[in-house]
Design a protein around this ligand. Structure first.
Ligand code: MG
Ligand code: ZN
Length: 432
C-alpha cells in the first residue's frame, strides 16, 4: 500500500502534466487512491509497479536521480512518447502499448520481459495462473433494443435492477440501448476461478462496452480492476494477442468462443460453446431455431458449458501445481496440461463414426480422436445423423450401432469429457 503510494507519487512528479495534478493524502482507501482521472481503477497496481521497481525499495528517489543523471537510462516505459525515467523521446520501436492500464503508456520490450518474469514468480507463489476471458457468447450475450424479436419482447419488463447487480443476470442498459444477459453459473465461475487465476477480460468490443460488461460481471471490482482489454488495445487488427497481457505464455489459459482471433495462441485456448440467449445472436451465426429467450428457457446452471469448463480449469490448475515433475515452477507449461486433457485418449479414442458429412463436424470428431469413415462397415461404432428416417440410421439400428445426433460430437468437444450416448441418441427409426 505505502510502497504503491510512493511509486505513484514519483511518477506523478515525473509526468505530472500527462496524468493530471491529482493530489492524494496518506492513508487513503486503496480504491480512492487508485482512481485515475478517467475513472479507470488500479492504474498503478500490478502492471505499473513494474518499471518503478527500478527504483529499489531502499533508495527510491536517490536511485531515480542517479538514473536520470546517467547517460544509460534503460527507458523502461514511456508515457505519451516520453520515457518515464529520463523524459527523453521514446525510441524503443518494440515497446508494447498498455493503454488499458494507463492512457498512452508503453512498456519497453526488455522491461516487459523482466516484469513478466517477476509477475509470474509472485503469481506462482500464490498458486495462481492467468486466465483471459472473452465476453460475448462466452460469459454473456447482449442484444440491441432494435433487434429484440416479438417473441422475446416480454424480457424488457423482466430486467433486474442495476442498483443490485450481484443479484441479477438480465440487465437493461439504456445508455447503450442494449439488453445483456449473463450466462448461467457465471458468478460462481468467476468466484471460484479467481482462487486459481489472475483474470483479464479481453474483448473485440469497444472500450465503453467492455467496461460496462466488467461492471455487471464484477460490481465489487474484485476480479478485474484495470485488466479489461478491448478492441483499441489490440496490437494486430482482428487478432487478440498475449503480447499485451502481463502473463507469460506458459501460464495463460484463454476462454473464447472464437478460435480465429487467437491464431498465435491456439495451444492456450479452451474453445467455448457459444451462448446464444437472444434471437439476434443465433441469427447472426445463421442458426435457424428459436432462441433460449424466445422459448423462455436458459442453460441449466450446473450442466452448462461454463460449469463444465470450470471443472477443466480445476484439473489444469491441479496438474500444473501438483506435477510429478520436480522442476521449478517457472519452467512448467500450462499448454502441456491442456494438451493432455484434450488428447484423444481422454475423449473419443476407439470411436469410428460414419455419417459426419458436415465438414466442421467431421473435423471436430477427428480432432477428438475419432476416425471418420464414409463406408458402412463393421468397424463403425457410431452413426451420426440429424434424423432417424435415413438409410444410414436404419443401418445403424439394424446392427445395434449407436445412432447419435451431431450434438454428441459437439458436447464431447466443448465439455472436455466423454458424453453418454444415451443423452444424444435418436429414437429408433420406424420400420419401413
Ligand atoms: Mg466471443
Ligand atoms: Zn529513459
Amino acid at each position: 500500500m505505502e510502497k504503491r503510494g510512493k511509486e505513484k507519487r514519483l511518477v506523478m512528479e515525473m509526468r505530472g502534466r500527462e496524468i493530471g495534478e491529482k493530489k492524494e493524502k496518506e492513508g487513503e482507501e486503496e480504491k480512492e487512491e487508485e482512481e485515475g482521472d478517467d475513472g479507470r481503477k488500479d492504474i498503478f497496481c500490478d502492471i505499473f509497479s513494474f518499471s518503478l521497481c527500478l527504483v529499489s525499495k531502499r533508495h527510491k528517489v536517490e536511485a531515480f536521480e542517479e538514473i536520470r543523471g546517467s547517460t544509460v537510462c534503460p527507458h523502461p516505459a514511456s508515457l505519451g512518447g516520453l520515457c518515464v525515467l529520463c523524459g527523453k523521446q521514446e525510441v524503443d520501436g518494440s515497446a508494447v502499448p498498455f493503454g488499458y492500464v494507463l492512457k498512452a503508456l508503453k512498456i519497453g520490450s526488455q522491461e516487459l520481459a523482466r516484469l513478466r518474469r517477476a509477475n509470474l514468480k509472485s503469481l506462482l507463489q500464490k498458486k495462481k495462473l492467468y486466465l483471459v476471458l472473452d465476453l460475448d457468447h462466452t460469459l454473456l450475450n447482449s442484444t440491441r433494443f432494435r433487434d429484440i424479436s416479438p417473441d422475446e419482447g416480454f424480457l424488457m419488463n423482466q430486467t433486474d435492477s442495476l442498483e443490485d447487480i450481484p443479484k441479477g443476470s438480465l440487465f437493461k442498459l439504456d445508455s447503450m440501448c442494449m439488453l445483456t444477459k449473463l450466462r448461467p453459473f457465471v458468478r460462481t465461475f468467476l468466484k471460484e476461478a479467481s482462487d486459481m487465476f489472475e483474470m483479464y477480460i479481453y474483448t473485440m468490443g469497444e472500450q465503453s462496452y467492455a467496461l460496462e460488461m466488467a461492471r455487471l460481471l464484477d460490481p465489487e471490482e474484485v476480479y478485474f480492476n484495470s485488466k479489461v482489454i478491448s478492441q483499441s488495445d489490440c496490437t494486430q487488427r482482428h487478432q487478440k494477442g498475449l503480447d499485451i497481457i502481463m502473463g507469460a505464455d506458459n501460464a495463460v489459459v484463454i476462454l473464447d468462443d472464437t478460435e480465429s482471433v487467437w491464431s498465435k495462441h491456439k495451444e492456450n485456448l479452451i474453445l467455448m460453446e457459444r451462448y446464444h440467449f437472444f434471437a439476434s445472436s443465433g441469427r447472426h451465426f445463421g442458426l435457424n431455431y428459436k432462441s433460449l429467450s424466445e422459448l423462455s428457457r436458459d442453460e441449466v446452471e450446473s450442466e452448462g458449458a461454463v460449469s463444465a469448463i470450470l471443472k477443466v480449469l480445476k484439473r489444469v490448475h491441479q496438474s500444473f501445481f501438483n506435477s510429478d515433475n520436480k522442476d521449478n515452477l517457472l519452467g512448467r507449461d500450462v499448454r502441456l496440461s491442456l494438451d493432455m486433457f484434450r488428447s484423444p485418449s481422454e475423449l473419443a479414442q476407439g470411436i469410428r463414426t460414419f455419417g459426419s458429412e458436415v465438414l466442421g463436424e467431421r473435423l471436430m470428431a477427428e480432432q477428438l480422436g475419432a476416425k471418420c469413415t464414409t463406408e458402412c462397415n463393421q468397424s463403425v461404432t457410431h452413426v451420426v445423423s440429424l434424423e432417424a428416417g435415413t438409410d444410414k440410421a436404419h443401418w445403424a439400428w439394424k446392427r445395434g450401432k449407436f445412432l447419435v445426433h451431431p450434438r454428441w460430437i459437439e458436447a464431447e468437444n466443448y465439455f472436455w469429457k466423454r458424453q453418454p450416448e444415451e443423452a444424444f441418441e435418436l429414437e429408433p427409426p420406424k420400420k419401413p
